[in-house]
Write a protein that binds this ligand. Structure first.
Ligand code: IPM
Ligand code: MN
Length: 358
């Protein structure tokens, strides 16, 4: 019997629906070629839906999402909705409730894509950031007093639990072991200033490291990591870090790999349901124009297939994307691709179907 997976689809806002449609073309081409079936259920969640109905993310929707094999998300964010409402009410709520404690973000410069880094090529930029995705400054701990007065006090605490930190570090070691032959894991922290939080991270890291003698370990402060990512990106294989630092360094990563148009990410619960999204957001100014690059969403589909256990189909998506980037597309930036969003999606799907580039 053909294997079937249930995929919950949240197209969301802005260019989300456009890129999700192309992601689905690639997923369908890959599943057809590799002999399994994907069944999609769409969910109307996002800024548009919130504006129309006042509803953000009801518990019964989370309940059904939690039963899917994976979630495929376009983008959440609306120019008319106050910052924080949708981010916290949808994106972070899903990450937290579904305990997607890893945010996996590959930073890979493909051949044919230009990087702003002088003298760096595809062989120099190929690493993955494992970002803790359920704690840290994102936990929402803190509060404010006397808001709006000259005596205002605002506190935003970073929550780091031994359990939360250790499971993230363990995931990073396991991932590093499987990824390739380099086997180097770098902890990104700030042990010289954040002496409570990163003391815990460092001890957990060093303790877990004793179980992975085959993996070389390294440590760098987050500010230094920003420097090295620009100057010597070839030093990195896997970087593990907390939620806030991971958020920041992965935007830097997206830029050195060629831009938001190709930056993919996965919110992963290794024992539950994971959610995959292009990391670029809803890009309101490009919405509806057919100019947005769908590759970030398509590569998120690759991560989805890897995570649900279809590595060959995942590899087929990456091969097709590689070919398009090397041979076809002019530029990865929105509007400069030489193709519309859906033409590019069609081309990639055709390559996947034909096995081109494999
Ligand atoms: C990301 C985004 C989110 C984050 C925002 C939209 C809440 O920037 O996925 O990196 O900070 O995690
Ligand atoms: Mn971010």
């Amino acid at each position: 019997m053909t294997k079937k997976y249930q995929i919950a689809v949240v197209p969301g806002d802005g260019t989300g629906p456009e890129v999700v449609a192309e992601g689905i073309k690639a997923l369908d081409a890959a599943s057809a070629r590799h002999g399994f079936e994907l069944q999609y259920t769409p969910y109307a969640i996002g800024g548009e839906h919130y504006k129309k109905t006042g509803e953000i993310l009801p518990d019964h929707v989370i309940e059904t999402l939690s039963k899917a094999d994976a979630i495929f998300l376009g983008a959440i964010g609306h120019p008319d909705v106050k910052p924080g409402i949708l981010e916290k009410g949808i994106l972070l709520k899903l990450r937290f409730t579904l305990d997607q404690y890893i945010n996996l973000r590959p930073v890979k410069l493909y051949e044919g894509v230009s990087t702003p880094l002088k003298n760096k090529t595809a062989k120099d930029i190929d690493f993955v950031v494992v970002r803790e995705n359920s704690e840290g400054l994102y936990a929402g701990a803190g509060g404010s007093l006397k808001r709006g007065t000259p005596d205002e006090v605002a506190i935003q605490d970073s929550i780091n639990t031994r359990k939360g930190v250790e499971r993230c570090i363990r995931y990073a070691f396991e991932y590093c072991r499987k990824r390739n032959k380099r086997k180097k894991l770098t902890l990104c922290g700030k042990t010289n200033v954040l002496t409570y939080a990163f003391d815990l991270w460092e001890r957990a890291f060093n303790e877990v490291a004793t179980e992975y003698p085959d993996i070389e370990t390294d440590y760098a402060h987050v500010d230094a990591i920003c420097m090295w990512m620009i100057k010597n990106p070839e030093w990195f294989d896997v970087i593990v870090t907390d939620n806030m630092f991971g958020d920041i360094i992965t935007d830097l990563g997206a830029m050195i790999q060629g831009g938001m148009g190709i930056a993919a990410g996965g919110n992963i619960n290794p024992g539950g349901v994971s959610m995959f999204e292009p990391i670029g957001g809803s890009a309101p100014r490009y919405t509806g124009k057919g100019v947005i690059n769908p590759i970030a969403a398509i590569l998120s589909g690759q991560l989805l297939l890897e995570t649900i256990g279809e590595p060959d189909a995942a590899a087929a998506i990456e091969s097709a994307v590689k070919k398009v980037l090397r041979d076809d597309i002019k530029d990865v930036a929105a509007g400069k691709m030489g193709y519309t969003t859906s033409e590019l999606g069609d081309l990639i799907a055709t390559y996947i179907k034909d096995g081109t580039g494999v």
